[in-house]
Design a protein around this ligand. Structure first.
Ligand code: ADP
Ligand code: MG
Length: 270
């Protein structure tokens, strides 16, 4: 009897940086929408108690029925809290309750594996899962890094001080040693890039060299269009369809997918 080939499991990417305001959430929403435009099945997971991703995709965190909090505390299966968004991606929303998960998880053995285990049953239903991490290096970021195969680090080009990246890479190193040997650093994604300032260019040149990690290109330009998108509950790929920012995210998404073998080269050129 012929067996149907096992379905490929989703590529799980943690988008992390313990600094706030570096465009983690914007990158998750935009890359997710860009990958969905390519016909991929995408799941986004909001792991920030501030629930900015949930809000930016058009949901009031106070109105959602189930959230990542119930999943992490073991009360609900992840599949039961997934909601469909207008951007063509699925979402596991967050609520402010998540702020207490950190403490609840503290006393649990095997807590690092909790998201990985929760995602396991849905991995064949998606091609890509993007995890939007909170601006800390606490347990929520650790569970994301443990569940992921790759970590993408958005980095704003505005400041010269990027010491935080070293700390994050130390955390990645620890996670690799203890809970997730196969974790790889996909690279640093330069965000809020202003091509007119030599400052931005300098930062871009130094990031790769200083930390020995790949720089994912093109850099995402700084643009006011990004500030407008969350207000209408859609990503910039929809609200500013032909903006430079949307084009940059599409290009980054294609490059990531090509490298991973999730997109045919001919499609990417189209
Ligand atoms: P984080 O999740 O890292 O805290 P956000 O994605 O929430 O960062 O972005 C922080 C702020 O910067 C938001 O107000 C967002 O709209 C804005 N922003 C993100 N990317 C850009 C960009 N390329 N140009 C201008 N503003 C941006
Ligand atoms: Mg965020």
């Amino acid at each position: 009897m012929a067996r149907t080939p096992a379905r490929r499991k989703a590529w799980v990417i943690a988008v992390a940086n313990q600094k706030g305001g570096v465009a983690k959430t914007t990158s998750v929403a935009s890359l997710g929408a860009a990958m969905a435009e390519r016909g991929l099945r995408v799941l986004l997971v909001d792991l920030d108690p501030q629930a900015c991703l949930t809000f930016s995709l058009g949901f009031d965190p106070e109105d959602v029925e189930g959230s990542i909090h119930q999943v992490l505390t073991g009360a609900t299966a992840l599949a039961d809290v997934v909601i469909t968004t207008d951007d063509g991606v699925d979402l596991v929303p967050a609520t402010i309750e998540l702020a207490t998960a950190e403490q609840l998880l503290m006393t649990r053995t095997g807590r690092e594996q909790i998201l990985k285990s929760a995602l396991a049953p849905v991995l064949t239903s998606y091609d890509v899962v993007l995890l939007d991490c909170p601006p800390t290096l606490g347990i929520l970021t650790t569970v994301a890094l443990t569940a992921a195969q790759g970590v993408l680090i958005p980095l704003q080009c505005e400041t010269l001080s990027h010491r935080g990246v070293g700390q994050l890479l130390d955390t990645v190193h620890d996670v690799k040693k203890i809970t997730n040997r196969r974790l790889t650093v996909i690279g640093v994604l330069p965000t809020l890039f202003d091509a007119r300032t030599s400052h931005s260019k300098l930062v871009l040149e130094r990031i790769g060299a200083d930390y020995g990690v790949p720089v994912v290109e093109p850099p995402i330009p700084k643009s006011v269009r990004f500030a407008e998108a969350p207000a209408v509950g859609r990503s910039i790929l929809v609200t500013a369809r032909s903006s430079k920012g949307a084009a940059a995210y599409r290009e980054v998404a294609d490059r990531l997918l090509l490298e991973r073998g999730l997109l045919e080269p001919a499609t990417a050129d189209a």
